[in-house]
Design a protein around this ligand. Sequence first.
Ligand code: PLP
Length: 397
Amino acid sequence: MAQVSASALAVPHSRIRELAELAIRMDESTPDPNDKVLKLYFGESNLPTPEYIKRAAQKAMQDGYTYYTSNAGLLSTRRMIQRYYEDRHQVALDPESEIVVTTSGVQALNVAIRCVLDPGDEAIVLTPAWPNQSANVSMSNALPREVPHVLCGGRFNIDFTALEAALSSRTRLLIYTSPSNPLGWTATVEEQKQLLDFARRHDLWLLADEVYERLYYVPAKLGTPAPSILKLATRDDAVIAVQSFSKSYCMTGWRVGWLTARKDLAARATMLNEFIISHAPSFSQRAGESALEWGENTLRQMLAEFKINRDFCLAALRKMKRVTVPEPEGAFYLFPRIQGMTDSFGFCKQLLLDTKVGLAPGVAFGAGGEGYVRICYASERSILEKAMQRLSDFLAG
Ligand SMILES: Cc1ncc(COP(=O)(O)O)c(C=O)c1O
């Protein structure tokens, strides 16, 4: 009998999705709208896409943006991304050769990884991390080598000794996420210098997943982006930055993102795009342009709310028994450790069944994630209040 390939079967399923499916089934059997699961397991806010972005997409359709575009995306979109980097990071990029619009952040990851790994190669992935990074390495028939961050003095750090130890003659790529999903950890400029230096010394590609760069709470002035690797790297460095409209502009369903990379990589990614997805939806690209051009005020308001939510949940968690939680610097997640808990999937399942609070199990985020749970606080305050109370009672019970 014809079989599904071993390499396809080797890709692990998402344990967040597994839990979400259970929550969906619970909701389907509950008619009362006030008795639904409090869903804090997914990585998206429940804010709708802002109206001006929706209007931009409608106008784009009226204006005829319903046809195929270039594999690298509309030049107007790439020019807007170029402007974004000039304005926000003082980094100059060539829209014709260093920017590729993609059909989301995850597609940017997929095509970038496909461009740098051959079957049997290895990629070091800093974890706990969004599982799609390691899964995409596996889908390229390569091997992810996960190196966990270490919690030290209340902050997650990079374990450079472990990074050195993870190297082999097949290592081609190092992937990190800053700000991190699920940690909220955000690489300092010094940490980025060390990562870049490490990649240069060992002839690796360095892939920075920067999709949360606008969700950064450290600067006094909210809206200042997290430091980007593009500011430190030269355009000749083997560096790829992956980006998305999903998180900053509440556009998860629009499937549009981008990558920036050295010219040869960007050219290959553009070319491979033809065979994967061809290009991002034309009207989504136009909507993305509008988000970059007009999105700053809405973004700052959203950030201010996220920060209040973060601080509320942080304070609530720090009062709970058995919980230790570092203060996240970015993204919209908290990643508390629960003392004595060794099966985070089992814990989250029981929490869901008993209290209808849906959290993501730490084990879903790879090495170093077990013993933790992830809470997405980009939700309404009333939901967060209920969820924190129920979690507290569950832990005390
Ligand atoms: C770290 C990280 N990278 C990339 C993405 C991809 O986002 P999208 O595919 O919606 O652009 C996500 C989404 O959760 C993420 O958490």
